[in-house]
Ligand binder design. Sequence first.
Ligand code: SAM
Ligand code: DTB
Ligand code: SF4
Length: 349
Amino acid sequence: MEINATIPTHRAQPVRIHRNAVAPVVAGPWTVEAIQALLDKPFMDLLFEAQTVHRQHWPAGNIELATLLSVKTGGCPENCGYCPQAAEFDTGVKADKLMEVDEVVRAAQAAKDAGATRFCMGAAWRAPKDRDIEKVSALIGAVKGLGLQTCATLGMLESHQAQALKDAGLDYYNHNLDTAPEYYSDVVSTRAYQDRLDTLAHVRTAGISVCCGGIVGMGEAPVHRAGLIAQLANLQPYPESVPINSLVRVPGTPLADSAPVDPLDFVRVIAVARITMPKARVRLSAGRQQMGDAVQALCFLAGANSIFYGDKLLVTGNPDVEADVQLLGKLGLNGHRTTTTEKEQTECR
Ligand code: SAM
Ligand code: DTB
Ligand code: SF4
């Protein structure tokens, strides 16, 4: 009998262990075909499976609130086709210098007061210089001092830079793979997929938790969505946080005229991320402003348990805090609860 040891046809079988031992969480390796089969399942079956996996690994009704701040905006030398901050695209975003510590602390305190537990600082760099790492380290220390979890997304890192961020107290580093390897060069040509994987390895080695996801709606084929999820789910270990973004189509970027994603297809990607990475925080990320309450509710049902919270993402808009508090209330999430009667009273006023 021929045995193909390198290309499994489905998930690896769980290792048989003594019934009193604690099983390690290893869900991969996943094949692109197996993930494609999940994406193609009847919608209700897929959501049922995703919600079942979700409830096995997470408390029901808990959504993490993560606030973003662009600490260094615009003027980026990279050419990521989706990004309003790339210098070569005419998007109206002005290049700015790195924010000062007190300004960032004010924003972080406001995010904490509004209920956020994680604060993510983004910089429009291809790769930070060592002196940038020093300055960002001061920001990390100050934000952590407020009692918030810290996250940063600064571009490609070398290993000593990842270690310096870890020493500064960084909890998470966000670095997205964005799409499947086969589609990557259609979206960005100033760096390679392997560069992203190398940075993720440095982050992991430094002992920082990994936040890594991608974007849906960049003109990719369904197989590329499956390819992205396979890459993420097969990282050893898979990321602690997985942001799934719906492309925000910004005029002036090469992807501005991409066809909008079918919202139900977006929900499917969330569901498959949940099934393949059961213990990850799956974040319903960019694109919520265009989504409406019902689609977001389906994403939560599919296993999303984190959102970006605050009126702005990096440079584009996000739902108002007030709208999100109302949505959480309508869905009975995070202890918020608006009863039908209260809703009717508000609507009648
Ligand atoms: N420069 C760093 C980098 O590229 O890693 C950090 C900032 S970059 C803006 C972080 C991530 O934001 C990108 O990898 C991409 O996934 C997401 N992003 C950027 N523009 C977006 C858009 N228009 N719609 C959805 N997601 C977007
Ligand atoms: C992620 O996956 N999405 C966030 C965060 N990580 C850094 C960024 C979304 C950016 C959306 C477009 C903008 O506002 O620049
Ligand atoms: Fe630069 Fe990051 Fe935007 Fe790419 S996604 S252009 S690296 S800021």
